[in-house]
Design a protein around this ligand. Structure first.
Ligand SMILES: [Zn+2]
Length: 348
């Protein structure tokens, strides 16, 4: 009997380009949503672009969040119910988008992603990550109904946010290798389409590394396109596997041991250099990853992350414990092997 089935959830519209923020209401109209919009933002995106959203939606209610937390999710859920909202508009970097994604899941309504920084692939995906205590909770929700990514705005974001987004994409290289490995060794379900799309996205970004420069709107364009493709790969896979392998476990572990030290994308980038070394050895492709990161100005060493060597080694040797996701780290890397990998790759 044929019993396969799949349910792929994708954004219905992706609007990307110079000044497209002013087309937000037109993009929303195309979705034929019912009910009132509700704006979820945080202080600086609100200052930069909040009024441009308000101009398009008469009398829109909003909340401005200082941080991403479960408390913030509750606040949005309550305020959106109070306002009788039919859908949410998330304006900002990672925080408002993560919170709105989770809140819309709770409210059983859709949300529109309006990123003001291209700092990670969560701006398009259905994955939400919220810190709680010394850990982060990753939750599977639906992807945005629409993404409106104004490259003019994104190009004005602090440069390190853009390089973090680039590094998050580059890490797809090792994520896909880990996924293939898990498929071969543990029979984890693998999607050729999603794997190929994710890998190609990373390759195209690396190929464009020379055009990724501060002050160039073209950089924001390239990164946003890559973040969209990466999000689509995750949607096709129905999991974060195409974009999250051992390098992400390493980063999650850093978040626990040394919270707030570096940006997510920068941590996974450095993680990716070392896990690529584990995959392909001293003469392997880790140098390509490192060179692409350094061309863009993303960190490639512990020092540049602002994290000490011991913490890097601790995170690398304990990363496999973080969740039930088989990767190249297997049942764990010994301290000696971790030190060797980090030393050869120049991370420490
Ligand atoms: Zn990531």
């Amino acid at each position: 009997m044929f019993d396969k089935s799949t349910w792929i959830k994708l954004p219905r519209s992706v609007l990307q380009g110079h000044g497209v923020l002013d087309d937000l209401s037109a993009a929303v109209d195309e979705l034929y949503l019912s009910g009132e919009p509700f704006l979820v933002t945080s202080p600086s995106p609100n200052r930069i672009a909040g009024d441009r959203v308000r101009e398009q939606f008469d009398g829109i209610s909003s909340v401005s969040l200082d941080r991403a937390s479960f408390e913030s999710v509750e606040r949005v859920v309550d305020a959106a119910r109070e306002a009788d909202a039919g859908y949410l508009i998330a304006l900002g970097g990672g925080k408002p988008i993560d919170v709105a994604k989770m809140a819309s899941d709770r409210l059983d309504c859709g949300f529109i992603s309006v990123p003001t920084a291209a700092s990670h692939d969560g701006i398009v995906s259905g994955r939400s990550s919220i810190p709680e205590g010394d850990t982060r909770h990753s939750v599977a929700a639906d992807p945005p109904l629409a993404v409106v990514a104004d490259t003019e705005l994104l190009a004005e974001a602090p440069w390190e946010l853009t390089t973090a987004g680039c590094a998050d994409i580059i890490s797809n290289y090792t994520a896909v290798k880990d996924w293939e490995l898990a498929h071969r060794l543990k029979n984890v379900e693998y999607s050729e389409y999603a794997g190929a799309l994710s890998q190609m996205t990373a390759e195209m970004l690396v190929g464009s590394a020379d055009s990724i420069k501060p002050g160039l709107e073209e950089s924001a364009w390239i990164v946003t396109k890559a973040l969209v493709s990466s999000g689509v790969a995750m949607s096709i896979a129905g999991s974060s596997r195409p974009a999250s392998g051992a390098e992400h476990l390493f980063s999650h572990q850093l978040d626990r041991i040394a919270p707030g030290s570096a940006l997510h994308g920068h941590q996974v980038g450095v993680g990716s250099i070392m896990t690529e070394y584990f995959h392909s050895g001293a003469r392997g492709e880790w140098t390509d990853i490192r060179d692409a990161l350094s061309t863009m100005g993303a960190p490639t060493t512990a020092d540049e992350l602002g994290i000490d060597d011991e913490t890097i080694i601790e995170a690398l040797t304990t990363a496999h414990e973080i969740r039930d996701r088989y990767t190249i780290l297997g049942n764990g890397v010994s301290e000696e092997a971790a030190i060797e990998a980090a030393t050869i790759t120049g991370v420490i």
